[in-house]
Structures are given as C-alpha cells and as structure tokens.
Ligand binder design. Sequence first.
Ligand code: NAD
Length: 350
Amino acid sequence: MPALWDLPDFDDHEAVHGFFDRATGLTGVIAIHSTHLGPAAGGVRYWKYADKQLGVIDALRLSRGMSYKNAMAGLPMGGGKAVILADARTEKTPEYLAAYGREVESLGGRYVTAEDVGMSVADLVEISRHTRYVSGLPVDARGEAGGDPGPFTALGVYLGVLAAIKQGLGRDSAKGVHVAIQGVGSVGGHLARRLAADGARLTLADIHEDRCSALAKELGASSVSTGEILSIAADVVSPNALGAVLTEHSIAQIKAPVVAGGANNQLATPADGQRLHDRGIVFAPDYVINAGGIISVALEYLDRGNRDEVERRIGEIPGRLRDIWEASKADGAPAADVADRMAQAKIGRG
Ligand code: NAD
C-alpha cells in the first residue's frame, strides 16, 4: 500500500490529520490542502467507505476541491475537508459528534468544519458545543447569513445550469429543456423544484427510490433507475449524488450536450475532462457551479454580509462559468483544466 505522500491524489496537502477517539471509536481524517488564502474551510462527510483508504483518498480529493472552490468563489478561505468513517444512519451519536468537535478544536482554527453528505444542521449545532471552528449553524444562532448550505448550493447550481443551457443549447430558459437529475437529496431536490417551476422536463434517479418517486410525483417528472440516468436522451445531465460518476465508460454513453450539476469531484480522473471536451459536451466544473453553499458558510463564519449578499455572490457563478467556457474555446483546452489553472494561480500554485 503506498504511503500517504505517494497516493495519486496527494497534491502537496499541507496536513492530513488522521484521528481515532478511544472512548467512542470515532475514526476519521481531516485533510488540509491549502491555507494560502485563509483557514481551510470545507464540510465533513459522514460515510462508511468499503475500505478506510478510500475515505483518506476522498478527503484528499475533496479538500483540494475546496481550495479550488473557495479560491474561485473569491473567498478568503483555504481548502479542507473531513471524513468520518461511519454510517450516518446507524452510527451517529452525540458522543461521536462531540469527539469530532474536539478534533476540529484541537487544530486551533486551521480547519473550519461545515455540512456535507450525511450531516445535518442539527449535527453541526451538536459539534458547535465542542469547537468554535464550525459554520452552517441555524441562522438565529449566528446572525443573518448561514443555515443549511444545501439550498444555497442548489441556487448556484440552478443558475449555472441555466448558463450551461444557454452555452450548449443556445436557449434562454429551462422551459421545455429535458434535464436528467442524478440524486435528489438536498441539492438535487431543490434544483429539481426550481427547474420544474421554470417548466423544464425532468427525469430523476436516486438510490432512495421512495424519495425519488415521491418527488417525481410532486413535480410531474419521470424517474429511471440509477444505472440509466446518465445515458438517457436528455438535453442536460445533472450529477447531484456522489463523485467520480464521469468515467471513460459513462462519458461514452452520455447523449446530452450539457453536463452541469452540484456533486463534488464528478470527474473520475483528469483525463475525463478531456473526454468530455473531445465529445463537445459543455461541462460546468463542479467546484465552480456548486460554490453557493460555501459562500453562505464562509460569510456566516466571517460575519460578513447577510442573505442578500450571499445571493448576490451566488449570482456571480454563471459569469465565472462563462469566462471558463470562453477561455476553453479560445485555448482549445477542457473547461475542467482551464478552471484548475485559474484556481491554482489564485492559491499561489500557478
Ligand atoms: P444528500 O445526501 O442530501 O443527497 C445525495 C442524494 O444522492 C441522496 O438522496 C442519495 O440517496 C443519492 N445517491 C447516492 N448515491 C446515488 C447514486 N449512485 N445514484 C443516484 N442517487 C444517489 O447530499 P447533498 O447535500 O444533496 O449533496 C449532493 C452532492 O453535492 C454531493 O456530492 C455533495 O458533496 C455535493 N455538494 C453539496 C453541497 C451542499 O451544500 N449540500 C455543496 C457542494 C457540493
């Protein structure tokens, strides 16, 4: 097994903090990719990986994504991410959350935690009893900006999907546009509601079949199996579940001319950005389109601005995407590579 520094996803991370709490058995990792722009900010993912090494790799990938995301969103925050190696449905207790809070506190503010898959605002409130370095708390607890980042992420993804529709299909709205949404949790669910309100035609898929069929019924949408959703004949494919869904195999099956969704780390490998480009697919780099939540979380943490300011900054996401697509056209380089280069320059690694 390769050493941490030899893992392909190790990208000059400043620190990788593995932890084990004897009292509870809580096991996890906090990866700090860069603090060049400020404290490393990013959510904590509560997920039982088949293998602990996969959790470490995810933390490495996700924390780098946070550095890029925060930099591209113009936030004075670096990039970090935590992973708790446990099942959020059966292994989440106040003792576990307290132990996690103590780990975050022990880093003295170098890492600021927030919500990610498997976590809720209530969990963060529990964690906030044990560390100051937490954001995404209920709005009444910490001022005006803040709360669940999911709806803010979904707002940015929605605006980004509209920009991608314009870029890839030349259409000014989502009306009548067929969008295939993979994952209808916090982000995908809010996105689906916004697009449905615009008159988009939706096809949904989620491993939680009950959740998926209930939402499909509410919105008059269709649903398909999770294995089919990326390859249906749609105008837009929107990944909003877990990462690494855009692979050599799945990209070859995509029929939609646009891929734009909120899931983190959608490309399985950097070569997959080139594959999308070679197929002429308009791709919205994930850490640019899904920055709405961290914009809310960061402004809350820094005590800067209110909800209007959060929404104003989220409104800048489409322009940022257009800049990337224009540069991609001009350079003949994949949008994903263009975005990476822009982000690396911003964190002093250009
Ligand atoms: P969530 O847990 O609320 O929703 C994820 C949904 O995806 C769930 O309904 C789950 O059942 C479904 N899912 C899991 N595997 C699937 C599969 N193989 N096929 C179809 N559906 C599947 O999480 P969320 O907060 O909506 O986040 C979704 C994605 O967006 C994640 O990649 C997350 O990292 C990313 N993201 C979230 C935020 C945020 O503010 N919540 C911000 C940035 C990025």
